[in-house]
Design a protein. Structure first.
Lengths: 115, 113
């Protein structure tokens, strides 16, 4: 069975510093990995995905994620954090590109950027 | 904004009652998935509808049911509400041939008392 783990409930970073939000996964086949962000009273917004190819994936709002197959990780990164990046971040995985396959979400990491 | 809308925004029901939540997909999307997000947790997959047929289901009991209409809008119905059903219910639409990305609505906050 596929699963996702986000080991940190909260990450605190000063504005302008680099940030990393961690994610590890487990799937039986090839992983299809995603990051979503959720702002208060809003639905989830898609940030980026890894399907195949280059291990470094670039997404929206200056975010990027690095796929590491040997460590089964897909950490979210940004070189310089903004206060507006403060939100709840979810890593997700599915084991098939088919829209019929269910997507499994992690428990979320709350990112707090202090001015 | 994604173009996916949900109604109502908030809802309060009593244990044992029935509820219907509605979702309007992004234009051109023929697949709708429903998720339950309990407080402090990630979304959990309830089920998916593709071209008006259920096309995958998570670990939810049969009292959770759904419909998809010819215009691809969708309903989530929950019978015999329990206190643990209190959550944010999210729908997400996608296009079958581009299945990697789902576009989420803002959710319906259901409180069961």
């Amino acid at each position: 069975a596929q699963s996702v783990a986000q080991p940190e409930d909260q990450v605190n970073v000063a504005e302008g510093n680099p940030l990393t939000v961690k994610c590890t996964y487990s799937v039986s086949g090839n992983p299809y990995l995603f990051w979503y962000v959720q702002y208060p009273n809003r639905g989830l917004q898609f940030l980026l995905k890894y399907i195949t190819g280059d291990n470094l994936v670039k997404g929206s709002y200056g975010f990027e994620a690095e796929f590491n197959k040997s460590q089964t990780s897909f950490h979210l990164k940004k070189p310089s954090a903004l206060v507006s990046d403060s939100a709840l971040y979810f890593c997700a995985v599915r084991d098939s590109p088919s829209s019929a396959s269910k997507i499994i979400f992690g428990s979320g990491t709350r990112l707090s950027i202090r001015p | 904004e994604t173009g996916v809308t949900q109604s109502p925004t908030h809802l309060i029901k009593t244990r044992g009652q029935q509820v219907t939540l509605r979702c309007s997909s992004q234009s051109g999307h023929n697949t709708v998935s429903w998720y339950q997000q309990a407080l402090g947790q990630g979304p959990q997959f309830i089920f998916q509808y593709y071209r008006e047929e259920e096309n995958g289901r998570g670990n939810f009991p049969p009292r959770f049911s759904g419909l998809q209409f010819p215009n691809y809008s969708s309903e989530l119905n929950v019978n015999a509400l329990e206190l643990d059903d209190s959550a944010l219910y999210l729908c997400a639409s996608s296009l079958e041939t581009v299945a990697y990305e789902q576009y989420f609505g803002p959710g319906t906050r259901l409180t069961v008392t």
